[in-house]
Each structure stands twice: as structure tokens, then as C-alpha cells.
Design a protein around this ligand. Structure first.
Ligand SMILES: Cc1cc2nc3c(=O)[nH]c(=O)nc-3n(C[C@H](O)[C@H](O)[C@H](O)COP(=O)(O)OP(=O)(O)OC[C@H]3O[C@@H](n4cnc5c(N)ncnc54)[C@H](O)[C@@H]3O)c2cc1C
Length: 314
């Protein structure tokens, strides 16, 4: 019931301004975001590596309409990749990138080809740095209005960087077909349920329908030739994915589980302990507002905790 208003708030500039005054150290923020700096992200990655967990790091930010901010985001990824490499962490850590944070929505300045082209060039720069550091990039997926542009950019990037990963959202009607198209050899695909508010014309609305779609997509990806990245905290989906993986003769290491930083950490360790590859999505930076609101929409039980943090900030 609260999912819709919380997801609407995730895109409210006024509420963002109010809530973002809260320090990252505030309980609810800190439990989902390890810190604001490259150093904090690298430390979190090192901590996960000590526990046998892989990481994918996300420099927080989205929907930018400011070219300088898009460039600053690219620079943040380059700094991060340099630091991860210097600390010898790139074997177990890659980066996740939101195209809307690196220019996808920028207006068409001087006929340069618009945001789509800018985001592609910026993503190419990050992919090159990731390759040089010995790791990979996964393109996060945002709301359905960006899916075609994101998958087109993915195809372009994969010509030079075939290791680039994609994300597909099971809640979208189109996704089973997208899974089929991307279940080929060498293709890394993260399957998630989908975190955005989507209209019923394009997306399943009921939890049961979304779960059924997730299982259908799992079947396609695990039966395929690619490398599925199973992103969910849902115990049923994890169990179904495990049994489908063994039914298709997939050894651990030919797919991986992914979960968000701070969510079900015991389950992350349990899966890693039984030999599964487990990657934790680590968001960092000051632009945590949209990310946190989407997490609250998924778990409204945390709302009281959040409001308490907000009230006690002063
Ligand atoms: C690594 C990763 C990357 C992602 N990238 C994207 C992306 O690029 N684009 C996108 O749209 N979405 C992304 N998501 C978010 C995703 O789409 C879902 O919104 C989110 O994962 C919640 O769905 P769920 O499958 O975990 O389970 P839900 O359907 O939210 O919950 C199912 C069950 O999982 C368990 N659970 C869920 N959350 C918690 C919690 N906080 N604490 C304890 N138990 C919990 C509970 O048992 C719950 O009943 C990503 C998720 C992950 C894990």
C-alpha cells in the first residue's frame, strides 16, 4: 500500500532536499550505504572480500540534467577503479553504472546527438578504465522509459567490451523476451524484480505475478549459455534458482547470487559458505536519497526507523 507513495517521493526534489540534510552516518542511511567517499567504498569492499564476498560498486546519483555532474560521476568511477586496483581488489569487485547519472537525459547540445550519445561515450570511458583495472561494468536498469536506450547502449558497448553486464527487471512484460535475446554465451545478465513505479500497460503489478515472471526469466537465463546474476533477497527465488541451476547442470561459479549491501547479510554469508558466488551491491556517495526511498518502498516496515532518524537529525 505504501509502495506507490514512497516511489513517487523518490522523485520529489523538495522532499529530497529536506531528507538529504540527514548525514550518511544516520542509522537508516548507514545501514544501506557504507559512506560518502571512495575510501569508504573501498574499505567496505575489502571487508566483504575478507568474508569471501564479491562486490559491485555504485557511485550514487541518477537523473542528472547537468553535464558537469555527469562528468564528475565519470571521474568518481575512474578514481574508484584506480583505488580498487591499487588495493588489489579488482578481481572480486566490479562497478554498476546508472546511465541517467552519466548523461542519458541531457539535452541535445549543439547537435552532439543528445543524452543517449553522451551516456554511451561516458560509459565507454568507464568500461575502458574497468578493463584496464582488470574488471567489468554492469549497466543498472532504470524505469521502463529508459529500457530501449539502455539496451541499445549495451549492444554498442559490447562490440568493444563484450564483458559488460546488463540488468533486466522481471516485472516488465517485455523481459522474458529480453532474457531470451541476452541468454547467449559471454552475456552477463543480472535479473532483478524491478524497483520502479511502472504502469500496468508495461509491468505486472501484483507481487505473485512478478514472482511468477521472475521464475520464468530464471528458467530462460539458467537454461541459456550466458552468465546469470540472480539479484534477489527473496528466500523462495533463491531456492528455486538453486534447484534450477542444478537441474541445468550448472556448477557454482557459472552463475552468481547478488544482494544489496546491508540486506540479509547472514544469507549472503550462508550462500558464500556453501560455495556459491555471492556479490554485494555497494552504493556510496552523497546522492543516496532516491536509492534509500526505493529500499523503503520495498520494506515499509523500516519507515518508523527512517522517520526516527529524520527527526533526531537536529
Ligand atoms: C544486486 C542488486 C542489484 C539491483 N539492481 C537493480 C536495477 O538495476 N534496477 C532495478 O530496477 N532494481 C534493481 N534491484 C532492486 C530489485 O529490483 C528489487 O527492487 C529488490 O531487490 C527487492 O526485491 P527482492 O527480489 O529482493 O524481493 P521482494 O519481493 O522485495 O521481497 C521478497 C522477500 O525477500 C525478503 N526481503 C526482501 N527485502 C528484504 C529486506 N530488506 N530485509 C530482509 N528480507 C528481505 C523477504 O523475505 C521478502 O518477503 C537490484 C537488487 C539487487 C539485489
Amino acid at each position: 500500500m505504501l509502495r506507490q507513495p514512497l516511489l513517487l517521493l523518490a522523485r520529489s526534489a523538495a522532499v529530497k532536499q529536506l531528507v538529504s540534510a540527514m548525514p550518511v552516518s544516520a542509522g537508516i542511511v548507514h545501514s544501506h550505504v557504507p559512506g560518502e567517499t571512495t575510501e569508504a567504498a573501498v574499505e567496505a569492499t575489502a571487508g566483504l572480500a575478507d568474508e569471501g564476498l564479491l562486490a559491485t560498486l555504485d557511485f550514487l546519483g541518477e537523473d542528472t540534467l547537468d553535464a558537469e555532474q555527469a562528468e564528475a560521476t565519470v571521474q568518481a568511477y575512474l578514481d574508484l577503479l584506480r583505488e580498487l586496483s591499487a588495493r588489489g581488489l579488482t578481481r572480486g569487485a566490479e562497478v554498476s553504472v546508472k546511465l541517467s547519472a552519466i548523461g542519458q537525459f541531457l539535452p541535445d547540445a549543439a547537435g552532439f546527438g543528445g543524452g543517449h550519445k553522451i551516456a554511451l561515450e561516458n560509459a565507454r570511458t568507464i568500461c575502458r578504465a574497468a578493463r584496464n583495472a582488470g574488471t567489468t561494468v554492469t549497466l543498472d536498469m532504470e524505469d521502463h522509459t529508459t529500457t530501449d536506450s539502455t539496451l541499445t547502449i549495451l549492444r554498442e558497448l559490447r562490440k568493444d567490451f563484450p564483458e559488460t553486464g546488463a540488468v533486466l527487471q522481471a516485472m516488465l512484460h517485455r523481459t522474458e523476451a529480453d532474457c531470451r535475446a541476452l541468454a547467449h554465451e559471454g552475456s552477463r545478465v543480472r535479473l532483478c524484480k524491478g524497483a520502479y513505479l511502472e504502469p500496468e500497460t508495461v509491468a505486472f503489478q501484483e507481487r505473485l505475478e512478478i514472482d511468477k515472471a521472475y521464475v520464468r526469466c530464471l528458467k530462460v537465463l539458467l537454461a541459456g549459455e550466458g552468465y546469470p546474476m540472480i539479484a534477489t533477497h527473496d528466500p523462495r527465488m533463491i531456492e528455486i534458482a538453486s534447484s534450477l541451476a542444478s537441474r541445468h547442470g550448472r556448477a557454482p561459479g557459472s552463475y552468481e547470487f547478488q544482494m544489496l549491501y546491508g540486506i540479509r547479510p547472514d544469507e549472503q554469508r550462508r550462500l558464500a559458505g556453501k560455495g556459491e558466488r555471492v556479490r554485494v551491491y555497494v552504493p556510496y556517495g552523497t546522492e543516496w536519497y532516491g536509492y534509500l526511498m526505493r529500499r523503503l518502498a520495498e520494506r515499509p516496515q523500516n519507515l518508523t526507523f527512517f522517520l526516527r532518524s529524520l527527526i533526531s537529525k537536529s
